[in-house]
Design a protein around this ligand. Structure first.
Ligand SMILES: Cc1cc2nc3c(=O)[nH]c(=O)nc-3n(C[C@H](O)[C@H](O)[C@H](O)COP(=O)(O)OP(=O)(O)OC[C@H]3O[C@@H](n4cnc5c(N)ncnc54)[C@H](O)[C@@H]3O)c2cc1C
Length: 380
């Protein structure tokens, strides 16, 4: 059960998603465009920096509130929630690790939708194995020089700055990585090709290259050598966001399927009168509710300040699997029309798939769950 303040947030965002996002979702998917005016509107509603404290310009919500907002936005269109989730990751790092000067330079413009971020970890030879990154930051007399390339980076084609994980001590493994704030207008900051994706197509994706980018000393975010740990710990929160986003996609699939089976008639009656169809909807509904409860449990653990890695991975893995299954079944229940561009369920199925891949694939989530399980049983 949600309390009154959380229900109010849910109602506000549901209305916004219903009125302002859902009607244009198909158009945004087809045009692969994220309109600047939507960004600004979201900033005006306080949807950027949801868990950032109010005194720093954010909405001051807890993680449960964040999860509720992500579900509602994704029910409207997943790419919108995806953008909000990205802002949340970058804002969290700035709040937790940024100096006053770094916050002044990046956090305010980020929350006002005046500067768009990227969160750059993945490389050609370092996807699931983040510890294998090769991007290198070398100390110079005037600060740092950054050299390397990042792949599959959300917002790469449009970002104004990137939070970049780079190796600062090649001998120190995971303890030899640091985070840098890199402005896109610095010489040597190169955007590679923009990719065309299967789903969540309004979230731009591409490559970033750093060809000897010179950085000042205060481009370093957080302590030197702690970058791997810091970026991974923020991903716990990111995974709650993706899990909630998955629940939103699944719910949109269920709602579309339910409306369809109540009106589409075959054999002289609505197809929803057939038990085989009814049971598919029943499974969708119970799976979605189970996923939502896992998401809320993980969020509440973060709110209590607990170490929530296990709960966050369980929620991300389960909810994204549910989203793929629920939207696949929604396509099935629409029959031929479910397979045709322009029908919502066709897009939802495409939008759901990447939730099993980004922010750590679901195999990696299962590895994390197993690791936590074995550690709790006494293994090291
Ligand atoms: C739409 C989209 C947006 C993204 N946004 C960003 C972003 O903003 N920033 C960023 O840094 N990255 C981003 N990524 C990258 C994403 O995080 C990686 O794609 C993901 O972590 C997987 O890495 P990979 O693609 O190299 O696959 P690989 O690591 O090569 O994995 C390939 C397959 O092998 C499996 N596998 C690998 N290792 C194991 C193992 N130990 N056990 C079992 N199975 C294993 C994987 O689960 C997967 O099925 C994005 C990706 C996409 C598709």
């Amino acid at each position: 059960m949600l309390d009154e303040p959380h229900r109010a947030v849910e109602a506000m965002v549901r209305r916004f998603a219903e009125e302002r996002i859902r009607p244009i979702a198909g158009e945004l998917d087809a045009s692969e465009r994220f309109p600047a005016e939507l960004y600004r509107e979201m900033a005006g509603l306080g949807l950027l920096g949801l868990t950032v404290p109010a005194e720093l310009g954010g909405a001051g919500l807890d993680h449960l509130g964040y999860a509720i907002v992500m579900e509602e936005l994704a029910r409207g269109y997943a790419s919108v929630a995806d953008q909000v989730g990205l802002v949340e990751l970058v804002a969290t790092l700035l709040v937790e690790q940024g100096t006053e000067a770094q916050r002044a330079r990046y956090l305010g413009p980020l929350l006002a939708a005046a500067r768009h971020p990227a969160y750059a970890i993945t490389e050609a030879e370092a996807g699931s194995d983040v510890a294998a990154i090769a991007t290198r930051a070398v100390r110079t007399e005037r600060g740092w020089r950054l050299e390397g390339a990042k792949l599959w980076i959300h917002n790469a084609p449009v970002c104004d700055f990137a939070v970049v994980l780079a190796r600062t001590d090649p001998e120190a493994g995971k303890r030899g990585m640091s985070i840098f704030l890199v402005d896109a207008d610095r010489p040597g900051f190169v955007r590679g090709r923009a990719e065309h994706k299967m789903g969540q197509r309004a979230s731009p994706l591409g490559e970033l290259r750093f060809d000897g980018v010179e950085l000042p000393p205060d481009a370093l975010l957080g302590p030197e050598g702690r970058g791997f740990h810091l970026m991974m710990s923020v991903l716990d929160k990111g995974r709650v966001g993706i899990a909630a986003l998955s629940v939103g996609i699944a719910r949109a699939g269920l709602e579309a399927a339910l409306a369809h089976v109540r009106t589409r008639r075959q054999f002289g009656r609505p197809i929803g009168d057939h038990q085989g169809v009814r049971w598919m909807l029943a499974d969708m509904a119970k799976d979605i509710q189970a996923a939502r409860l896992l998401v809320h449990d993980a969020a509440r653990r973060l709110d209590r300040g607990e170490r929530a890695t296990l709960a966050c991975s369980m929620a991300k893995c389960f909810a994204s699997d549910v989203a793929v299954k629920a939207t696949r079944d929604a396509v099935q229940l629409f029959g031929g029309s479910g397979y045709v561009r322009g029908f919502e369920v066709e897009r939802l199925y495409r939008d759901a798939k990447v939730c099993q891949i980004y922010e750590g694939t679901n195999q990696i989530q299962r590895e994390i769950i197993a690791r936590e399980l074995f550690a709790a049983a006494g293994d090291r």
